[in-house]
Design a protein around this ligand. Sequence first.
Ligand code: CMX
Length: 439
Amino acid sequence: MEYIKNRFYEKAIKCTTAYNKLKKEHGDKVIAEVTIGQVLTGMKGVPSLITDTSKLDPNEGIRFRGHSIPELREKLPRLSPDGEPLPEGLFYLLLIGEIPEAEDVHNLSKDWSTRSHVPQHVFDVIDAMPKNAKPMTQFTAAITSMATESVFQKAYRSGINKKYYWDFMYDDVMNLIARLPRIAAYIYRRNFFNSEHIDPDPRLDWAGNLAHMMGHDSEEIKRLLRLYMVIHSDHEGGNVSAHTTHLVGSALSNPYYAFSAGMLGLAGPLHGYANQEVIHWIFELMNELDTDEPTKEQLADYVKKTLEAGRVIPGYGHAVLRQTDPRFTAQMEFAEKYIKNDKLINTVNNLYEIVPPILGTVGKIKNPWPNVDAYSGSLLYHYGIKEYSFYTVLFGVSRSLGVLASLIMDRVYGLPIERPSSFEMSAYMEKATGKPGKC
Ligand code: CMX
């Protein structure tokens, strides 16, 4: 599918020209000031990254190359009129910046299918781990072990000119994305289905094949996974998984290393592990209250009890968003359309009523509204993917689309190694007060 690569390069190289001009002619321009508060609270709002694939508005939520989620559900190609957009189309959009034709999406599906062979040693690495190793431990180890395949690493050693780095990165990225469903499904079947593995079906699309290899072959699950893979793919550049992939990639580490590092970040409970935590916390409360249909009063009491214990309410809050996450809304609409009377989903809906007013009264919480993780697990659970310790792997498969499209772009720009400054705490005290600091 060389034409997709060529089309990407034709568009991307124009941005490189703009980047070089900006650097040369406007490098000294001041665009923002950094406050002590920003340094002390995770660099929130400090403009310091270039990410073209998506932009997050605090109130409106994510836009992928300028398109909102509802727009994409209309515009991106799908397999049937009542289906969800294919993630292949979203990847094309993230990479090239244009809504693809159905034929482009079909060709990308075929390309990934051709590239999807996972070398045996990757399965051996997974099989060498104890079965109680967390799915994300197995996932990241498998990705790292696949770096043996890196064409970029070999090309670098052979001394290629830096202007061709992106070309080899592109092939690594396409190979890696193509293989992730097989790796994820292998871990799933190993952990929960006694290692009874299912071969890929080359006729299926990327997300459909993932569902198939996991052993969930209904059209309903395939439709859900297509939506899931689209909405979890990208959230601009500063979130932990995207930023880490980009940072590690800035050292010219190959895409397998860079993405594996990003996935280790995704595995944290304040990021992608929250999708497991949501389900775990709801089952914990159902168990403690001895009911699978807790009342709103019971939910409110439990939320307060969780806060009093110094814990977070998983699935709520966000570092950037200040409204309900449109990824949450897309999933809620999906549930309203296709699912009737599911006790877990009813509880998730009730929590949407109960949690924000309570979090709003805490004072320090900047965003009391739900994020993507508040809904995703309940949908997967409904369709029979009940093994929630696996949910972050699904998030990770999807996140590859955004962060790896950006990684290729990083190399087209020729972005340098990243190296912000750090100071001792005493130096910040001195900058703030004008007097020598001590701690
Ligand atoms: N429950 C309880 N306390 C919360 C909270 C929540 N859902 N959200 C924020 N807070 C607390 C913070 O822990 C922080 O407390 P301290 O000052 O004591 O440290 C305070 O409120 C201020 O935090 P904030 O500025 O509003 O939020 P941050 O940018 O620091 O953190 C996030 C954002 C998502 C980590 C946080 O809201 C959180 O922990 N949420 C629950 C976990 C979660 O759902 N994560 C998934 C996010 C989406 C994703 O990446 O997948």
